[in-house]
Write a protein that binds this ligand. Structure first.
Ligand code: FDA
Length: 401
């Protein structure tokens, strides 16, 4: 790696830009910022969340990226960065590096091979740009004298001071602490007077009282799940502890403690018409048998514990059929909670966008301090949106630097 632009003396090394966090956003930003940039990370390897993402194939972006698919206290904030570095730019980068990819579903783009190809690509990019990367390096202290930042780092048991004109907070959110997630970006943002919004685990399974769905564990079916302002047509999975699957992960970002979620078990279908037709055809059929042709029989048996599903089709009045259809298309459940930070894919909330420039990601009141990626109060839907935010916000800051 070229290190020409980094000047060291015995006491302090001087760099133009110090990026804290060698994840998706930090690496992308370093590739853009170029020579004179030092990226540090406390982990032994860079881009660990990229490595484990998308079941090891990294869902690196989505054809359908648009600002409405991101949650934030300021829904307009993400527009500028997403418009200036788009999914098409990242697709071009991936293709230029010879990485084969495919669309899986709903515009979600995955590597044909392993997600480590994306990490290797970003490392080649930062090397070509002349940026430097220190792993296994911890930040002990960060201060600012009005023009330069001074960072006290610990690397391989030795202390190293680094001064920088710019510091980029790219240490991500709180999800999966086992993988090295910390609240460092939030602590530093607070130290420099930036506001925070509430942080919550998002894209996370729901938990229910023990045993509630254990007989259905492993069963998956397409549903429309809704909570708050969010509604998603995707698969739902029953687990030993509750509900998961893409539809559930998506609505978890819109749900709050104590609220109910509504599940349409047969989205887009006219159940009343189907049951009336079945009644006309063979009125002697048991209702549960008829429903068992529309839904997994195990689920019908589970629903029969709370819904009156006894009797034959001929016993059903039109009004009863309408009630039944409404119950199946609006199955209301109240989650006990979520699996929390242990399994959440992302953090909802974070450093408030109120104090940041949407063009550069720089703190309005602290020149030279930038916040990018998941640390910012911008959270995407499931499906490659969070990586696209990491790439776009990383490039926005890298360009400005
Ligand atoms: P990221 O977490 O990537 O990087 C932060 C870096 O900072 C890490 O390298 C960490 O070690 C370092 N760090 C943290 N604290 C530090 C400290 N105190 N000192 C020094 N370094 C520190 N998104 C998507 O779009 N498609 C997908 O397929 C998936 N899949 C997926 C699977 C799983 C299991 C998870 C947990 C998450 C996803 N995501 C995803 C979400 C995606 O991984 C996430 O949004 C981005 O990685 C965020 O990028 P950042 O660079 O902001 O943080």
């Amino acid at each position: 790696m070229r290190r020409a632009a980094i000047h060291a003396d015995r006491r302090a090394m001087q760099v133009e830009t110090l990026i804290l966090g060698a994840g998706a956003a930090g690496l992308m930003c370093a590739a853009q910022a170029g020579a004179g940039t030092l990226v540090i990370d406390h982990a032994r390897n860079p881009g660990e969340k990229i490595r484990i993402s998308g079941g090891g194939r990294c869902n690196f972006t989505n054809y359908e990226v648009e600002p409405a698919r991101f949650l934030s206290e300021n829904p307009h904030f993400c527009k500028s960065a997403l418009a200036r570095y788009t999914q098409w730019d990242f697709i071009e980068l991936v293709s230029r590096h010879g990485i084969a990819w495919h669309e899986k579903t709903l515009g979600q783009l995955f590597c044909d091979g392993k997600s480590t190809q994306i990490v290797a690509m970003l490392l080649r990019e930062i090397e070509a740009a002349g940026a430097d990367l220190w792993l296994s390096t911890a930040l002990r202290e960060l201060s600012h004298d009005g023009s330069r930042f001074t960072a006290r780092l610990e690397r391989e048991g030795r202390e190293q001071q680094v001064t920088a004109r710019n510091v980029v907070l790219a240490t991500g959110g709180r999800s999966i602490p086992k993988m090295g997630a910390t609240g460092l970006a939030y602590d530093l943002a607070a130290q420099f007077g930036l506001e925070m919004t509430e942080t919550r685990p998002a894209l996370v399974p729901f938990t229910f009282p023990e045993g509630r769905f254990s007989a259905l564990s492993g069963l998956s079916l397409p549903v429309r799940a809704a909570a708050g302002r969010g509604s998603f047509d995707e698969a739902m999975l029953f687990t030993h502890r509750g509900l998961s699957g893409p539809a559930i992960l998506q609505v978890s970002s819109y749900w709050r403690e104590g609220e109910e979620i509504a599940i349409d078990l047969l989205p887009g279908q006219d159940i009343a018409a189907a049951l009336k037709a079945a009644r006309a055809e063979s009125g002697r059929r048991a209702l549960t048998t008829a429903l068992g042709q529309m839904l997994p029989p195990k689920l019908v048996a589970h629903l029969a514990e709370s819904l009156p599903l006894g009797g034959n089709l001929a016993d059903l009045s039109d009004a009863r059929i309408a009630e039944l259809a409404a119950a199946l298309q609006g199955w209301v459940l109240r989650p006990q909670g979520t699996e929390g930070w242990r399994t959440a894919e992302v953090t909802l909330g974070g450093v408030s966008t109120a104090g940041l420039s949407s063009k550069t990601m720089m703190a309005r009141d602290v020149p030279g301090l930038y916040v990018i990626g998941e640390a910012v109060d911008v959270t995407g839907w499931l499906g490659g949106y969070n990586f696209q935010w990491a790439w776009s916000s990383g490039v926005a800051a890298g360009d400005a630097i």
